[in-house]
Write a protein that binds this ligand. Structure first.
Ligand code: AMP
Ligand code: MG
Length: 353
């Protein structure tokens, strides 16, 4: 299969060529084909959410275990009701506050949603993204697009179209290239099917923001940094995701101590002839001696690290790093999600100094 890439920006969005391309992409989805598209979180690998064959194709293209359910993307609030048994009041409040946006809600599914899309579960994950290209594509596809992240299973989620091409070229009919994903980490997932709403995956919409709307909110213990032994509730969170090819270690503590310890580790790596990399911040990037040093941005802005993390991990793969040492990030705001993904990428290998 030949993969066509179409570049979309705010400059060309309203041209005839681009509108036609999005219509064509929608037609591919309605016909049971696959299209990768940008969202504000990461790129998605889209198929028709109501077509079991499309779900099977998505799993095959990603090499994803088929017990790992897909998120159904919609573009209008009215399209939610047919997907679910009921819309709880909690969902209404969250929808008003955060949709369109990086929040996925788990609700009880209706018969309209095939079990292939939900990995056999009786619940369905639904999200309305805010990215304009995503919204136009969903509309053109008939309203319901199932989309996991557009990477081969086990690789970092793509935040740029070139990474989608790297992983999925020849496996999807079209890639819509909308530039760099502005958030860079997957959506927050909240389960609304139980008595107390529960966060199954941290993301840009934080626990604080959610409890501001809902009151009491819990976080799945399986995703807490200190409990790597407990099975998480979102089936996908149990897999070793976001794994770079190199061995990744996180070093946490006061800035000076962290810089000193990472430099020590770098010396040891060099003695062994290993190609080493560092994930630093703007303030510390000049203080390391390593083959590959990358800044995740301003330490005071956790959004920077969120946006850059997956790109950095992929670059280390391209550049064939053997070992990577990363500074830890503050857990405030989206920092919690950054540390959640970083810990998974490191196989929970963290050193306190
Ligand atoms: P991705 O599509 O790559 O962002 O991954 C989707 C995530 O949502 C995975 O971790 C899934 O396990 C999780 N998910 C999707 N549907 C459900 C559901 N019905 N219940 C719990 N988790 C879900
Ligand atoms: Mg994924």
């Amino acid at each position: 299969m030949r993969t066509e890439t179409v570049k979309i920006s705010d400059k060309n969005r309203n041209t005839r060529t681009i509108r036609d391309a999005v219509e064509r992409a929608g037609k591919i989805l309605r016909g049971g084909g696959l299209v990768a598209f940008p969202t504000e979180t990461v790129y998605g690998l889209g198929g028709d959410a109501l077509n079991p064959e499309s779900a099977r194709k998505i799993y095959a293209a990603k090499g994803r275990p088929s017990d790992n359910p897909l998120i159904v993307h919609i573009c209008r609030w009215e399209d939610l009701a047919p997907l679910v048994k009921e819309i709880p009041e909690t969902a209404e409040r969250l929808g008003k506050a955060f949709w369109p946006g990086p929040l996925t809600m788990i609700l009880k599914k209706s018969d309209m949603v095939p079990k292939e899309t939900t990995g056999g579960l009786s619940t369905v994950a639904v999200r309305m993204p805010s990215d304009r290209t995503a919204l136009s594509l969903i509309r053109a596809a008939g309203g319901y697009v199932a989309a996991p992240s557009a990477n081969i299973s086990g690789r970092p989620s793509p935040t740029l179209a070139k990474y989608v091409e790297e992983d999925l070229s020849g496996r999807v009919e079209m890639i819509l290239d909308g530039g760099q994903a502005c958030i860079g980490l997957e959506s927050t997932i909240i389960d609304l099917t139980e008595e107390t709403p529960m966060i199954l995956r941290p993301g840009y919409i934080t626990e604080e923001m959610l409890s501001g709307i809902l009151g009491k909110v819990e976080t799945d213990k399986g995703i807490m940094p200190e409990s790597s032994g407990i099975a998480p509730k979102a089936p996908g969170m149990k897999y070793r995701h976001y794994a770079p090819k190199a061995d990744l270690t996180i070093v946490s503590g006061e800035e000076e101590a962290v810089v000193r310890r990472i430099n020590e580790l770098l010396m040891k790596a060099e003695e062994k002839g290993l190609r080493s990399g560092v994930i630093a911040t703007d303030a510390t990037v000049g203080r390391y001696q390593a083959t590959l040093i990358k800044s995740a941005g301003n330490r005071q802005k956790e959004e920077d690290a969120a946006r850059e993390l997956y790109r950095i991990l992929r670059e280390f793969d391209e550049e064939k790093a053997d070992v990577i040492y990363s500074e830890a990030f503050d857990e405030s705001g989206i920092g919690q999600a950054v540390m959640n993904r970083l810990l998974k990428a490191a196989g929970h290998h963290i050193e306190e100094v």
